[in-house]
Design a protein around this ligand. Structure first.
Ligand SMILES: Nc1ncnc2c1ncn2[C@@H]1O[C@H](COP(=O)(O)OP(=O)(O)OP(=O)(O)O)[C@@H](O)[C@H]1O
Ligand SMILES: O=P(O)(O)OC[C@H]1O[C@H](OP(=O)(O)OP(=O)(O)O)[C@H](O)[C@@H]1O
Length: 224
């Protein structure tokens, strides 16, 4: 499916996930003069209109944003660094750290589990995570042997029921870990969301994209 632009102008397609990325991107869009006319929390529509007939928003899963942009089904999108590292970033230009959806990726274990001792003793650890590439790289760099168990959500459950010794997940307030009697034992990296742009769109639609990227950049500098 292709979208026709107005007055021969190319249509710009932005990929966002609903929830925190959508909510945190709205002020950046506003700074670029773009208002989304539908709310993905109340509408089942997956292609949303904006006040600019030349701009539409696709609502996709957070981890699918890089795929839509890589293949040019969306011209640009917003995705967490966690998601981008798993995707690999192929075909994507990543010009701006938007400083939204800030959190960290960490290792967490059951409160009673002595992680440092297990590492010192060279134990083989079972690690459950959605972020297998990042986790593999992290433990390899420490020389820790791990068996990775791929999950798609609710990672915090895995150590509680003996599926794994540890998890790698994103942490913000730490409330989810505390509620499940888990402790954060190692921060792997800080995470925030990035603007990603299809490399071909960057060249072919530069005139339309450039003012939006500049407005995003200015607005994101005001983020904490
Ligand atoms: N508790 C949090 N606080 C702040 N930012 C977060 C938090 N959890 C995740 N993030 C960031 O926000 C991004 C989007 O998170 P969101 O929860 O909307 O998607 P998801 O449910 O993880 O993805 P998917 O639907 O693909 O499984 C994540 O990729 C991460 O960068
Ligand atoms: O440290 P906290 O502030 O508790 O945040 C961490 C939680 O946030 C994310 O889940 P999210 O709320 O996005 O739900 P999800 O599992 O549906 O992604 C993440 O997977 C953690 O479970």
């Amino acid at each position: 499916m292709t979208f026709n632009g107005v007055n021969g102008e190319p249509q710009l397609i932005l990929a966002l996930s609903k929830g925190r990325i959508f909510e945190d991107t709205l002020p950046l869009l506003s700074a670029a003069g773009i208002e989304v006319l539908e709310n993905p929390e109340t509408s089942r529509k997956l292609i949303l209109s904006t006040n600019d007939p030349g701009v539409r928003v696709l609502i996709v899963r957070a981890s699918d944003v890089p795929t839509y942009v890589q293949h040019g089904a969306a011209d640009f999108g917003v995705a967490g660094k966690d998601v981008l590292l798993e995707h690999g970033g192929e075909g994507l230009y990543q010009p701006i750290d938007l400083r939204i959806a800030q959190c960290r990726m960490s290792v967490a274990v059951n409160a009673g589990f002595d992680y440092d001792k297990a590492v010192r003793q060279g134990a083989r650890l079972r690690v459950a995570t959605k972020f297998v590439n990042t986790a593999r790289e992290h433990f390899a760099s420490k020389g820790v042997h791990v068996d990775l168990i791929k999950l798609y959500g609710s990672m915090e459950l895995a150590p509680l029921v003996g599926l794994s010794d540890a998890i790698v997940d994103v942490v913000s307030t730490g409330g989810t870990l505390r509620a499940n009697n888990l402790v954060e034992v190692e921060k792997i990296m800080d995470i925030s969301s990035r603007l990603v742009v299809n490399q071909a769109a960057l060249k072919l639609k530069r005139e339309r994209l450039q003012p939006i990227l500049e407005a995003f950049e200015r607005a994101s500098q005001q983020q904490g």
